[in-house]
Each structure stands twice: as structure tokens, then as C-alpha cells.
Design a binder for this molecule. Structure first.
Ligand code: 6PG
Length: 482
């Protein structure tokens, strides 16, 4: 009997996905560039299963049922192209290559198009959930050649996480790089969620002077509220974790955050598309700022250490902080969904936002109860342009407003950096202001560069130039918006 699917790449994600597929009754053929890894896998975790090994790409191809489905679980970038180049001559028309790495979506757009010319179908799929997710149920976000989906769907939906109603956290996302795009936004939101949690932690630790055990209890309580999520849950575990000397391990970790690029891509894409994705982008910058450790140490000496004490009833502050975190999180998701809407319109992907929320409901790093409410919001209005306008989320934003402002103002007053929580509030203030000061900005542009402006008392699209100084000419520069 031939194999149902081949997987290339036996690093941690690849191995766990294969074992997961095997658990669901699929025969998997496993290959790795360094072939010793194949033996190690077969004699180790795959021992006693139906998994078979392949020591060359030819052997892999020969051992697979047609149309062949070959999933690459290798490092994103050139390695993917190199495997594709080697596989294509060995494949038949109608065969399917799947890239399950964290690939930047323009690469997937390109690969879908070039492989189409060769009659090979290509799927670029986000896979989220880390090691444990891959083994027992990840969130899977596939997009690319739609012809390939019916062949891959049963396997992917079988191995994916399921919601409490047993719906698979995996569905077809859209054409081209839509799957990898949605995974990129997932990661951007992951950056935002993590940053928001760290801001709450710093407020509690430095502002309220709380111990790690107290903070752990707060996160345990928060996890029973609308904030219920994997990231809040692991934060409570982390805060309670003691090093061998009995002290909290988290305080021994160097405060410089790493990043592999998906958050940055999300920010770059938002700038390219003109979407104010402020919270996620602030979260990326917060990681960049954290990495300037030596400079920060010097600057603290230069400016003096801040006394960031927050006075007042601790319990009241903790509840205010919870509300500020929840409201900010709503803004982050609202911005993320705005970005997806714009990308969907620009690329003709026809994204289904309710389905995206469903795919993120389980298995992935940002999984949370909250995503069910997002799904409900898009069920009510599939074209919802701003998540905060949905009555459930609008209610939370309105109820948390005063606590949110209090926390933001206090953080500014005592000098606790909270770039994501404060930028979320600033965004909402801007978004809910019918008249912003951009009129003055337009006047400045016209003043120094004759860039022209539109008038409130004239139809849109009609441009005016004023000779503000009486000097210079009346010639205006061309009008265009990037
Ligand atoms: C996931 C994660 C996964 C990975 C991130 C980490 O969905 O399972 O997002 O993709 O953990 O890429 O990203 P950084 O190293 O950039 O924090």
C-alpha cells in the first residue's frame, strides 16, 4: 500500500505532524535531507507505527499514492525553493506540494504561480501551535491552488485542533498566499497579545509592587474571565515557576526579546496597504527597543532610575488593568482584521473572517475564548469593517473606557512604558473622531510644497492650492496618494 502523504523535514514540527497524521490512520512517508535523521526517527518516536522512511526524494515520490501530496516542513526561504526545484522533475501533473513553514506570503504567491505553469498544485499553509499543537492538533491555515484542497482537506481537518463543538480549526483560506498571509497576521496578533501581557506584568511588578505569587494569582483569575487564553494561562505558569534557588526564574531571564520576522512582516504589510496597525507595530518596536539593552542601561544611569510607584487600592488597579488589557486586545484584533480585509480586497482572496476566527479558536498560540465572540461578530455581519462596532465588543470598549484611560494616564505619569495599551487607546480616540487635525497638515503640505488640498464645502476629488505667502507662483504639484 502506498503512502497517503509525504513529509520532508524531520525537525520538531515535522516529526510531530507526522505522528499526528499516523494517529489519524494516514500512512506517512518521511524524508529528511540528512538521512540519518530518518533512521533516528523510525527507530525512535516512529517505532511501532505505520510510518515509513524514504532516503531520497525519488524514493519518497515512488512511495506515494497519486496525486502525490508532499509537505515541506523545512526552514522558510531558499530551502523551500531548493526542495521545490528538486521535486518538480520527479512529479506528475496534478501532484501537490505543501509548504507548512512560516513563509512570507509573497513567496507563496510566486510559488503558486510558477508551479501552476508546470501543472503542479501548491499549497502554502500556516501551522500554529508549536510542538504540542503539531502533535495533538494544530491550527492549520491553508491557501494556494484551490484544485488541491479536496485532496488535502481530509488529512488536515483530521489532524487539526477542534473547537468545543468539534469543528476543525482548519479550513481553506483562499487563493495564492492567503493561508500564509493569515498565519502572518496570526503571528502579528501573537506579538500584540504577548506585549500587552508584559505591559500588565510591568505595571503590577513595578507600579503596584506585587510579588510573583500575587501576579500569578491575578493571571489565574484573569484566565477565568473574557481574557481566557493560552497566553494568559502560560503566563501564570511562568510567573509561578521558581529557579533552583527558589526565586522566580523569569527575573533571571535577560530582558531582550528575540524575533524571527513575522511580526515585522505584518507591520511592513500594514504600512504598504495604509492600514493603521498601530498595536502590533508598537509590539514589534517594543521588541526592538528591548534589544538595545546596553544603551538602556546607560540611559537609565544618565536620566536616573524612575520611581514608578502607583498609589491607591491595589485591587481597584488590578481590575482597571484587566479592563485595559481586554480593551486593548479588542483593538489589536480589530486592526488585524482590518488588515486582512484590505488584503482580501486588494488580492481578491474573498477571506471569510468568521472562518479565520474559527481556525484560531483552538490549537494555535493565540487561541482564546474571545475568538468565539469574534466569530459571532462576523456571523452577524460578514463585512464588519471595525470589530469594535459589533455590539458585544462595543459594550466592552465602552465599559472599560474609564479604567483604560486611568491605567494609560497613570503609566505616563509614573513612567511605566506601555506602548501597546496606550497606542490602542490613541487609535480608538482617533478612529472615533470625525474631524482630525489632518486639515492643518494638508495646509502645511500645500504651504511648503503646493501639494493641494480638498475642501469640506466642495465635492471630494476637487483639489485646491492657495498661495499662502503671496510669494511664489500658483503652480501646484501633482496630487497622488501612495
Ligand atoms: C505559532 C508560532 C510560531 C513561532 C513564532 C515565534 O503559531 O506556532 O507563532 O510560528 O513560535 O514564529 O515567533 P518569534 O520568534 O518571531 O517570536
Amino acid at each position: 500500500m502506498k503512502g497517503d502523504i509525504g513529509v520532508i523535514g524531520l525537525a520538531v514540527m515535522g516529526q510531530n505532524l507526522i505522528l499526528n497524521m499516523n494517529d489519524h490512520g494516514y500512512k506517512v512517508v518521511a524524508h529528511n535531507r540528512t538521512t540519518e535523521k530518518v533512521d533516528e526517527f523510525l527507530q525512535g518516536p516512529a517505532k511501532g507505527t505505520n510510518i515509513v522512511g524514504a532516503y531520497s526524494l525519488q524514493e519518497l515520490v515512488d512511495k506515494l499514492e497519486s496525486p502525490r501530496k508532499i509537505m515541506l516542513m523545512v526552514r522558510a526561504g531558499d530551502v523551500v525553493d531548493s526542495f521545490i526545484d528538486k521535486l518538480v522533475p520527479l512529479l506528475d501533473k496534478g501532484d501537490i506540494i505543501i509548504d507548512g513553514g512560516n513563509t512570507n506570503f509573497p513567496d507563496t504567491n510566486r510559488r503558486v504561480a510558477t508551479l501552476k505553469e508546470k501543472g503542479i498544485h501548491f499549497i502554502g499553509s500556516g501551522v500554529s501551535g508549536g510542538e504540542e499543537g503539531a502533535r495533538f492538533g494544530p491550527s492549520i491555515m491553508p491557501g494556494g491552488s484551490p484544485e488541491a484542497w479536496p485532496f488535502v482537506k481530509p488529512i488536515f481537518q483530521a489532524i487539526s485542533a477542534k473547537t468545543e463543538n468539534n469543528e476543525p480549526c482548519c479550513d481553506w483560506v483562499g487563493n495564492d498566499g492567503a493561508g500564509h498571509f493569515v498565519k502572518m497576521v496570526h503571528n502579528g496578533i501573537e506579538y500584540g497579545d504577548m506585549q500587552l501581557i508584559t505591559e500588565a506584568y510591568q505595571f503590577m511588578k513595578d507600579g503596584l509592587g506585587m510579588t510573583h505569587d500575587e501576579m500569578q494569582s491575578v493571571f489565574i483569575e484573569w484566565n477565568k474571565t473574557e481574557l481566557n487564553s493560552y497566553l494568559v494561562e502560560i503566563t501564570s505558569d511562568i510567573l509561578g515557576y521558581k529557579d533552583t534557588d527558589g526565586e522566580p526564574l523569569v527575573e533571571k531571564i535577560l530582558d531582550t526579546a528575540g524575533q524571527k520576522g513575522t511580526g515585522k512582516w505584518t507591520g511592513i504589510n500594514a504600512l504598504d496597504m495604509g492600514i493603521p496597525l498601530t498595536l502590533i507595530t508598537e509590539s514589534v518596536f517594543a521588541r526592538c527597543l528591548s534589544s538595545l539593552k546596553d544603551q538602556r542601561v546607560e540611559a537609565e544611569e544618565l536620566f536616573g532610575k524612575k520611581e514608578s510607584i502607583v498609589e491607591g487600592d491595589k485591587q481597584v488597579w488590578i481590575e482597571a488593568l484587566r479592563q485595559a488589557l481586554l480593551a486593548s486586545k479588542i483593538i489589536s484584533y480589530a486592526q488585524g482584521f482590518m488588515l486582512m480585509r484590505e488584503a482580501s480586497n486588494e488580492n481578491g482572496w474573498d477571506l471569510n473572517y468568521g472562518n479565520v476566527a474559527l481556525m484560531w479558536r483552538g490549537g494555535c498560540i493565540i487561541r482564546s475564548a474571545f475568538l468565539s465572540n469574534i466569530r459571532d461578530a462576523y456571523d452577524i455581519d460578514p463585512e464588519l469593517s471595525f470589530l469594535g462596532s459589533d455590539s458585544y465588543f462595543k459594550g466592552i470598549l465602552e465599559n472599560s473606557m474609564s479604567a483604560w484611560r486611568k491605567v494609560a494616564a497613570k503609566s505616563m505619569e509614573v513612567g511605566i512604558p506601555m506602548p501597546s495599551m496606550t497606542s490602542a487607546l490613541t487609535f480608538l480616540d482617533g478612529y472615533t473622531t470625525a474631524r482630525l487635525p489632518a486639515n492643518l497638515l494638508q495646509a502645511q503640505r500645500d504651504y511648503f510644497g503646493a501639494h493641494t488640498y480638498e475642501r469640506v464645502d466642495k465635492p471630494k476629488g476637487e483639489f485646491f492650492h492657495t498661495n499662502w505667502t503671496g510669494k511664489g507662483g500658483d503652480v501646484s504639484s501633482t496630487t497622488y496618494n501612495s
